[in-house]
Design a protein around this ligand. Structure first.
Ligand code: NDP
Ligand code: PYR
Ligand code: MG
Length: 758
């Protein structure tokens, strides 16, 4: 089971490395004098002049069309209240991240130091030229209503106060589905709101627009029930003031069908839930602590349909399901506003999506076997990649039909393709490897457990439910290191291969090993003695099935660590050699690079074998390998032995596996430039292919390439993934980070699952 996150995890997440969660990345080449003359003076003057002639050109020549401002003054941050603009910044950065990862929208988060409505409105108005849209966030009521109304009237770009409308849209979709499940009628359900602020008032309005009756609704704020006898109510609150006799939340909930919490944490008791009508719907949406905890509500009665705003329980009713996609649709048709039609379209799209069969990728992402529409799944999951292509087009269509779109979409199929491309495959691959590992965690030996990074990684994989670690090394040293660094070892297995307790095991392993190597340079004494070494002992654990994978090498040199694996476990049945591969997580998707680590100067035959090993591994990730065998020349343009070797290797690969998409020798730039490739080498197998695998002619080239991609281009890299060994053994590079080690463990666990089931 995954460990519960604690306060320090959250603080470290934000503080470690580059503080905060976002950065700005250029989208054009900025490397050369030529580039800089275009990006800046003098070239930049040309788009300036074009925009000056026609201001609409700002959408053509700048990032405005895809740039949203997330603006807050920090007066109603989550359920934490008025904590100020700086303290609200982590939330706004978080919203920026969500906009980007779910809808590829760029965001500047802006925290304003003012509570004055006029000043707020004037500042935002002055920023209109910069942005394609404005997402107002965590601004307290009633000021938020006036701010949004005035900005909507005075600006020509879409404005949405997320806490109002995002929340109303998502919770409406969830409400429609929940009452559908329990066969209740929206016009008859009795609804109790706790909270009468920004989010609650927008929800009540939308529920009424969807059919709920005002007379069936009771609302509470900090001062109690909002009823017709209460003095000093605002015009908005008066509209929803109840004339019933109830005065406390407990009284109101007796016999109620729906509870909607948009207030603060822990104000609802199990007894209150028990007093509700049959099949009650409880949306406890306060963040971070709901009005009643998920587990407490579920335990209070079996028929409750329960949702919270949090990601750690089923039914996350949170505006994250809305704002990325609503703005995506609005920006793509250059809508002048986000109107009621667009909001209702989003409600419908979300509610309908939850009723469709859930794809494997979503089950994998949540480590579930079969998510289906029902009490535990009334609303799509935030990590569902279909949200973008379902909700954004629905919003865009409604904008067009209601006449607020300035740039209508005409080809919906093409639009959907563009949306799907925006998400890229890269995130999905890494997410899926992690979730696949968690589905069936395996025993992983950490041979260098007395190294702090390795120890930390072992804790992460145990806590995240990825693997059951077996730590090798001096037990006292490992325990001291753990204690000094606040690492809880709990029931983690620690084995010291040198210890007296392991004497019998060493003998047993030594004899088995001797049988394998007796004619290959080991005598019985040496075979037993070598079991004192952690890599031999660890490999023996894997070979005998006492463990499923081994991770080693962070502090040793590569050959020293690979040798025990070859001696003890050996190569896979169809592999004559081993090779090293890196996965680089690029913007265009994952790129597989080999050989980066093992074979210095392979012959053509050996290079062909390496290529086949890589192809097999890539297929294991459900990806079709599209391979470029790279060199410094293209298809014989340089008649040198090095280039010819690559061409010959490709011939051998094709002979062995004719259906494999592979070509070369080819320059890396040519492999990725389809236009030039088509013009010059129209016969190539790669002209219509997105290359995702690069085979290098020798280790120097492969090693240099992945290092540059990682260090200079800043891409995430996983590796080296050792290919060709019968069972998963991976040898870390010196300097690997904890995250990189964790990634390697993910790969090893997935391989172990795959190899055991073959
Ligand atoms: N899950 C989701 O997607 C979302 C959740 N939320 C959550 O909803 C809550 C409110 O946010 P928002 O509307 O923006 O904030 P506001 O500040 O506008 O509103 C807060 C409301 O809660 C009321 N309130 C505070 N304490 C109590 C209490 N003990 N009993 C009853 N009512 C109380 C306030 O009453 P008074 O007016 O008297 O001060 C006010 O009406 C927060 O916890 C926030 O995290 C918000 C948006 C989205
Ligand atoms: C989710 C959100 O926007 C809030 O709790 O304020
Ligand atoms: Mg909010």
């Amino acid at each position: 089971m995954a460990r519960k996150q604690n306060k320090q995890d959250a603080l470290d997440y934000h503080a470690l490395g580059r503080p905060g969660k976002i950065e700005v990345i250029p989208t054009k080449n900025t490397k050369t004098q030529w580039d800089l003359s275009l990006a800046y003076s003098p070239g930049v003057a040309e788009p300036c002049k074009e925009i000056h002639k026609d201001v609409e050109n700002v959408y053509k020549y700048t990032a405005k069309g895809n740039l949203v401002a997330v603006i807050s003054n920090g007066t109603a941050v989550l359920g934490l209240g008025d904590i100020g603009p700086e303290a609200g910044k982590p939330v706004m950065e978080g919203k920026a991240v969500l906009f980007k990862i779910f809808a590829d929208i760029d965001v500047f988060d802006i925290e304003l130091n003012t509570k004055n409505v006029d000043e707020f409105v004037n500042v935002v108005k002055a920023m209109e030229p910069t942005f394609g849209g404005i997402n107002l966030e965590d601004i307290k009521s009633p000021e938020c209503f006036e701010i949004e109304d005035r900005l909507k009237k005075e600006l020509k770009i879409p404005i949405m106060h997320d806490d109002q409308h995002g929340t109303a849209i998502i919770s409406s979709a969830a409400l429609l589905n929940a009452i559908d499940l329990v066969k209740k009628d929206i016009t008859k359900v009795r609804i109790v709101f706790n909270g009468a602020g920004a989010a609650a008032m927008a929800c009540v309005k939308l529920y009424v627009a969807l059919g709920a009756k005002k007379e069936n609704i009771v609302m509470f704020d900090k001062d109690g029930v909002i009823n017709t006898t209460r003095a000093g109510l605002s015009e908005l609150h008066s509209q929803f003031a109840t004339s019933t006799k109830v005065s406390t939340l407990a009284e109101a909930l007796v016999g109620a069908d729906v509870f909607v919490g948009l207030s603060v944490g822990n104000v609802v008791t199990p007894a209150m839930i028990q007093s509700m009508a049959a099949n009650p719907v409880v949306f406890a949406m306060a963040n971070p602590d709901p009005e009643i905890a998920y587990d407490v509500a579920i335990a209070s009665r079996p028929d409750v349909i329960m949702a919270t705003g949090r990601s750690d329980h089923p039914n996350q009713v949170n505006n994250v399901l809305g704002f990325p996609y609503i703005f995506r649709g609005a920006l793509d048709v250059r809508a002048t506003q986000i109107n009621e039609e667009m909001k209702l379209a989003a409600v419908k799209a979300l509610a309908e999506l939850a009723k469709e069969p859930v794809p494997d990728i979503v089950n994998l992402a949540y480590n579930e076997k079969n998510i289906y529409f029902g009490p535990r799944y009334i609303i799509p999951k935030p990590l569902d990649p279909r949200l973008l292509s379902h909700v954004a087009p629905a919003v865009a269509k409604a904008a067009i039909e209601s006449g607020v779109a300035q740039q209508p979409v005409t080809n919906w199929e093409e639009y959907t393709n563009v949306l799907n491309k925006r998400l890229g495959l890269d995130n999905q691959l890494f997410r899926v490897i992690g979730t696949k590992a968690r589905q069936d965690p395996r025993k992983v030996v950490f041979a260098e457990a007395d190294n702090l990074k390795v120890l930390k990684a072992s804790q992460v994989v145990r806590d995240e439910g990825i693997a059951y670690p077996i730590l090798l090394g001096n037990e006292q040293r490992i325990r001291n290191l753990a204690a000094e660094n606040g690492i809880e070892l709990e029931d983690t297995v620690i084995i010291d291969p040198k210890s007296d307790e392991m004497t019998e095991k060493r003998h047993q392993f030594g004899e088995l090993f001797f049988k394998k190597r007796q004619r290959k340079g080991f005598n019985l004494y040496e075979a037993k003695k070598v079991m004192r070494e952690r890599n031999y002992f660890g490999c023996m654990l894997v070979e005998t099935g006492e463990a499923d994978a081994l991770i080693s090498g962070l502090t040793r040199n590569y050959p020293d660590t690979i040798r025990p694996a070859l001696h003890v476990i050996g190569t896979a049945p169809n592999a004559k050699r081993v090779a090293g591969m890196y996965i680089i997580n690029t913007k265009r998707g994952p790129l597989f690079l080999a050989d980066t680590t093992v074979n210095f100067n392979p012959t053509a035959e050996e290079l062909a074998e390496i290529t086949l090993l890589v192809a097999e591994e890539v297929k294991q990730f459900n990806i079709t390998p599209r391979i470029a065998m790279v060199s410094y020349s293209n298809f014989g343009s340089s008649p040198t032995p090095e280039a010819q070797l690559v061409a010959r290797a490709r011939e051998i690969v094709k002979m062995r596996e004719p259906s494999l998409i592979v070509d070369g020798e080819i320059q890396a730039a040519m492999a990725f430039n389809k236009e030039i490739l088509k013009d010059n080498y129209p016969f190539s197998e790669l002209i219509d292919q997105e290359v995702n695998t690069l085979i290098f002619p020798n280790l120097t080239a492969g090693n240099v390439a992945y290092n540059l991609l990682q260090e200079v281009a800043g891409f995430d890299a996983i590796g080296p993934i050792l290919l060709g060994i019968k069972k998963p053994v991976h040898i870390l590079q010196l300097g690997s980070t904890v995250r990189q080690i964790v990634n390697m463990v993910n790969i090893a666990v997935v391989e172990a699952q795959h190899k055991c089931c073959k």
